[in-house]
Design a protein around this ligand. Structure first.
Ligand code: HEM
Length: 378
């Protein structure tokens, strides 16, 4: 009598398991039901990999849009867009001097959404350089680099340099006139460093001039080495924000909440195409041959003094950035934009930033053939 009963129980439980399959799969993934109380919401956050990246509770000040302006998050989203579009572009791109340019034309002419993909990648890259610089300015002007956040500031400075280097290495890949001559100028600047300059230049190019070896090196750095190092540093950056007690804030209670903003890269990519000039012609440099816009401040300084403009001043600038939170101690003015207590520090930083912006504007609009002054209004 007992055997058929066991059989019945078995088949019932199989049937029940099948019926409950969707619910069980859902529970194995998310563990908690849709939360309805604060306690359940906290538990959902703790047990979910993606949600646990954000703290269960944040200070009101952190959510004020005009405090952080969401610039760190926008930098991160641009990094994600660059990763996704970059992987898709890798399906079509070949890092060879004989094929790279043709592949660019293919993206324009034959690959579905190819031009849109390239535009997204290009405009996000320019956007990321700009937004990371603005994020760095926001952090400094709100005194958020001061203790206990010194280490995270240093991680940030590394991320800033890597962002520039990633954009720079990507610049060469289309293998058009713009790419070739911008990188020729950019790597020549590295060559001005005393003692090791020429070695560094050779290490970057794998040769004495920009050619196949340089294209391969820039490609490997651009698609593998730099993104991996950056992903690791971004993870450390986020982890540190939590360990440093969340975003910086002023001592006194702060004002009301509102929602953060979004980035319009897709709209931009539908409206404007990434440039593609003539194929590389090593015999015909454009006059003037200009570096990418974010290095035009450097190029302008190099036109006054190769060593000081290209190496000396930039090195001092980066060392000062790294040292800033160790030179400016104490908690005065932390969490407030342009605090009176930090007038001197903010004025020095703003002066450096403005000088750089002025040099970039001069290099972009006011320099013509042989790097002579021209009027952009003629
Ligand atoms: C790939 C580049 C970067 C990404 C993705 C990134 C991301 C973020 C995010 C999401 C936040 C929190 C919210 C916000 O401020 O928007 C943050 C905060 C912070 N970032 Fe960055 N960041 C980057 C580069 C930098 C740079 C260049 C610096 C400085 C040199 C920096 C220093 C800091 C500091 C000190 C904080 C804490 C600020 C505070 O407590 O108020 N970060 N970052």
């Amino acid at each position: 009598m007992s055997a058929p009963a066991t059989q019945a129980t078995k088949s019932t439980s199989m049937w029940t398991n099948l019926r409950e399959l969707p619910a069980n799969v859902w529970r194995s993934l998310f563990r908690n039901p849709i939360p309805s109380s604060d306690l359940e919401r906290a538990s959902t956050s703790f047990t979910n990999f993606f949600l646990h990246i954000h703290p269960v509770k944040v200070h009101r000040n952190t959510l004020r849009p005009l405090y952080s302006m969401g610039l760190g998050l926008i930098s991160f989203f641009l990094f994600l867009i660059l990763t996704v579009t970059g992987v898709l572009l890798m399906f079509y791109y070949v890092p060879s001097t004989t094929q790279a340019y043709d592949r660019m034309l293919d993206l324009r002419g034959t690959v579905a959404f190819g031009i849109f993909l390239r535009n997204m990648h290009r405009w996000s890259a320019h956007g990321m350089v700009g937004v990371v610089v603005l994020h760095m300015c926001r952090v400094f002007f709100t005194g958020s680099h001061k203790q206990p956040r010194e280490f995270n500031w240093v991680v940030g400075v590394l991320l800033f340099l890597l962002t520039l280097f990633s954009s720079f290495t990507g610049y060469l890949l289309p293998w058009d006139q713009l790419a070739f001559w911008a990188i020729t100028v950019g790597t020549a600047i590295a060559g001005y460093a005393p003692v090791i300059g020429k070695q560094v230049q050779f290490l970057l190019l794998g040769d004495t001039t920009v050619g196949q070896e340089a294209l391969l090196r820039f490609y490997v750095l651009h698609v593998a080495v730099l993104p991996l190092v950056m992903a690791l540093l971004v993870a450390i950056h986020f982890w540190r924000i939590r360990k440093d007690g969340g975003l910086s804030r002023p001592e006194e209670p702060a004002a009301a909440l509102a929602a953060p903003g979004e980035t319009p890269v897709a709209v931009l990519s539908l409206a404007f195409d990434a440039p593609l000039e003539e194929p590389v012609n090593v015999m015909h440099p454009p006059n003037p041959a200009k570096a990418p816009w974010y290095f035009l401040g450097l190029q302008e300084m190099v036109s006054y003094s190769a060593f000081w403009g290209g190496v000396g001043i930039p090195t001092i600038f980066v060392l000062l950035l790294l040292a800033a939170p160790y030179l400016e101690r104490g908690s005065a003015g932390v969490g407030k934009w342009f605090a009176r207590e930090r007038l001197l520090a903010n004025t020095v930083f703003l002066t450096f930033a403005l000088i750089n912006v002025i040099f970039v504007i001069i290099g972009t609009f006011f320099r013509g053939p042989n790097w002579e002054f021209i009027s952009p209004f003629k």
